[in-house]
Design a protein around this ligand. Structure first.
Ligand code: TYD
Length: 186
């Protein structure tokens, strides 16, 4: 299975993914945890550079995803359940919120992505998610006004892309239970 997690910064994806990994492993599953941007060469360019246009950033994230998708397909064919922190939804939400054209973003991603079995959208008010990040150094993406737009963008594409929305403000254990029940049904 290919399970993707989306949401604004501070929505708690990483913690939930770690907990799900443990649960799946406990039920004797082979699990691969992965994330975008990757720590490959293109992912590093994105992390290290500021001042790109939204379109340039979109192309870099998408190039990174193209290679990553090949790896994901290999893991799936080797029998792994793949838990992926961010995928195409991140480019659609973050780069459209930054001003790139949504249809163009869909087009450049259409041929280089595969359909996840499920995409979990961890939905949260950015005021709360940024509060959670207090004390840690914030990246150029982690600004309240921008994250509000990103959240709106996620919610507006949620139906089209069949995202399963989860209230990320709930207790972590409850969220893990909800996602496990979604996975079992699948
Ligand atoms: P991430 O590594 O998830 O952030 P963190 O520092 O919390 O681990 O992602 C870095 C940032 O990149 C995040 O703010 C979201 C942004 N991003 C995009 O804007 N577009 C994309 O396509 C992806 C994958 C990430």
């Amino acid at each position: 299975m290919f399970i993707v997690f989306e949401g604004i910064d501070g929505s708690g994806k990483s913690l939930i993914i770690e907990k799900l990994k443990d649960k799946l492993k406990a039920s004797k599953k082979k699990v691969m945890v992965t994330a975008e941007p990757t720590d490959g060469k293109i992912g590093k360019i994105i992390a290290d550079t500021e001042g790109f246009t939204p379109e340039c950033e979109a192309l870099l994230f998408t190039a990174d995803r193209s290679d990553h998708t090949k790896k994901i397909q290999e893991w799936i064919s080797q029998g792994y359940d793949v838990l992926c922190d961010r995928y195409v939804g991140s480019t659609l939400a973050y780069q459209s919120a930054a001003g790139a054209d949504l249809n163009w973003l869909k087009t450049i991603n259409s041929k280089i992505t595969i359909k996840p079995d499920v995409t979990i959208l961890m939905d949260i008010d950015p005021k709360i998610s940024l509060e959670r990040k207090k004390g840690s150094q914030l990246s150029r993406f982690e600004k309240l006004g921008y994250l509000k737009k990103v959240r709106e963008a996620y919610l507006s594409i949620a139906n089209d892309f069949e995202f399963t929305k989860i209230d990320a403000n709930k207790d972590c254990e409850i969220i893990v239970k909800e996602i496990m029940s979604i996975i079992r049904k699948l």
